[in-house]
Design a protein around this ligand. Structure first.
Ligand SMILES: NC(=O)C1=CN([C@@H]2O[C@H](COP(=O)(O)OP(=O)(O)OC[C@H]3O[C@@H](n4cnc5c(N)ncnc54)[C@H](O)[C@@H]3O)[C@@H](O)[C@H]2O)C=CC1
Ligand SMILES: N[C@@H](CC=O)C(=O)O
Ligand code: NA
Length: 437
């Protein structure tokens, strides 16, 4: 058996925040101390944990606890791990760490999606590392493959389920019929939801992740404000039932696409919205807090990443992976990848993005109604792929699935149809993904 090499000077780590993820980071650092030393080539020493209320953290040795996060960063530490969340004070603290040449590991997608550029610039100026695998899809190794393994390929599309809380809720609505409120409460108890769960439900969390994914995939700075965002608050039991009837499931998807416009110029589209996907699609079988992301690249073809996207221990696994990487860089010299935003592509507005709609209507059951509805689609140059009509006494249910068209044309079509006197109710309108157009 080969002997382990003697370990060098300890890598000194400051942890900021000790909630769902931070608690698990402390546990893993303690439990895996010997293995981490062997893997890094030096002991990884937790020298301080910044918290808000020290008396609430019995799991951390009292001498490590401090309420002075800035002071901890200023002390003799090599790496700062941030699991506080939110924009401030995380932004100010991490900028201070990076400017002082301390490597940073963070799980904070909200911060990266809004101020990633500023953080990368501070890292470049001092030569420090900035790693953030936990920020997207929790435990799933996804950002490192995009930043490193696929750096020689040309990514064309990234599509996936990147929010565990909403997937947990939609899975329950589809499966057990549990109420929205009950399910959200359970997701919060299990540590999946953000401190303010509206960040999950309204799609802000997924939009931040989509911005990070698009930035890495397309070598372009994409911020949360660039992402078209719709959450799941408007998804009704009727939508889920309509999907089910057509052999589809409703999922909140993050979709990042490289697009070529009429002049041959390239742009990207980045969006988060609920969509119906066929039950045969691999994403339809992703349930609970699990995440899954498809990546399509010109040479690699299709890749799929699947696993636990939320929860304390899975997220801490990704944090520890990054910690080992930056600690190794400290021990052997050198640094990880810098920001790559050279392509500088523009982000296409949602209205100009090609999408497909599923529209379910209650209409009067008499001759000529279908023709009237079809005429509105034709007027907006929207081609129909599937029509299904079923009589129910005086009324009929009419379902239309379109071919691909500009989102703005689809939206105008639905607005006009809603105003037709023969249309009693627009029961469900949802985009369709995951099948040929
Ligand atoms: N929980 C999860 O499943 C995942 C969380 N993340 C991200 O990880 C980060 C942490 O998330 P959680 O642990 O779930 O949040 P949490 O709310 O459970 O923990 C955050 C902790 O930071 C503390 N804190 C707030 N301000 C502080 C300050 N100024 N100084 C020191 N401590 C402060 C809070 O008291 C709390 O204990 C967030 O950025 C979140 O988006 C990422 C992936 C998954
Ligand atoms: N709140 C997030 C946590 C992980 O990023 C989620 O539900 O996915
Ligand atoms: Na990840």
């Amino acid at each position: 058996m080969s002997e382990r090499k003697p370990a060098g000077r300890p890598v000194r780590v400051a942890l900021l925040g000790c909630g769902t993820v931070g608690t698990e980071v402390v546990r893993l650092l303690h439990e895996q101390a010997d293995d981490l030393t062997a893997r890094v080539g030096a002991p990884v020493e937790l020298v301080g944990v910044a918290v808000r209320r020290p008396n609430k953290h019995r799991e951390v040795p009292a001498e490590l606890l401090t309420t002075d996060a800035a002071g901890l960063i200023d002390s003799d530490v090599d790496v700062v791990v941030e699991v506080i969340g939110g924009i401030e004070p995380a932004r100010t603290l991490l900028l201070a760490a990076l400017r002082a040449g301390k490597s940073v590991v963070t799980a904070n997608k909200a911060l990266l999606a809004e101020h990633g550029g500023e953080l990368f610039e501070a890292a470049d100026a001092s030569g420090a590392d900035l790693y953030f695998e936990a920020a997207v899809a929790g435990a799933i190794p996804l950002l490192r493959p995009l930043r490193e393994s696929l750096a020689g390929d040309r990514i064309t599309r990234v599509m996936g389920i990147v929010n565990g809380t909403t997937n947990f809720i939609l899975s329950a609505m589809d499966g057990t019929g549990a109420s929205y409120a009950e399910t959200l409460e359970e997701a919060t108890q299990l540590g999946y939801a953000e401190a303010d769960p509206t960040a999950d439900v309204d799609g802000f969390d997924a939009a931040a992740k989509a911005a990070i994914l698009a930035s890495l995939a397309f070598h372009t700075r994409v911020t949360a404000a660039d992402v078209h965002r719709e959450g799941i608050a408007s998804v009704t039991a009727a939508d889920v039932a309509a999907a089910r009837e057509l052999g589809r499931a409703v999922k909140l998807l993050a979709i990042c696409e490289r697009e070529v416009d009429e002049t041959g110029g390239e742009a990207v589209s980045v969006r988060v919205h609920p969509a119906m996907i066929p039950r045969s699609h691999p994403l339809a079988g992703v349930n609970g807090a699990f995440n899954a992301v498809f990546v399509e690249a010109e040479a690699a073809g299709q890749l799929m990443f699947y696993g636990q996207g939320a929860g304390g221990a899975p997220t801490a696994s990704a944090v520890l992976g990054d910690l080992v990487a930056v600690a190794r860089n400290r021990v052997v010299g050198g640094r990880g990848p810098r920001e790559s935003a050279y392509a500088d592509l523009s982000v296409r507005p949602m209205g100009q993005t090609p999408t497909r709609y599923h529209v379910s209507l209650d209409v009067a059951d008499r001759s000529g109604v279908l023709a009237q509805v079809a005429a509105v689609f034709a007027e907006h140059d929207v081609s129909i792929a599937v029509v299904r009509q079923q009589g129910r006494g005086e009324d009929a249910s009419l379902v239309v699935v379109t071919h691909s068209a500009q989102d703005s044309a689809l939206q105008s079509t639905v607005d006009k149809i809603a105003g037709l006197p023969v249309v009693r109710e627009v029961v469900s309108v949802m985009r369709v993904e995951g099948e040929e157009s």
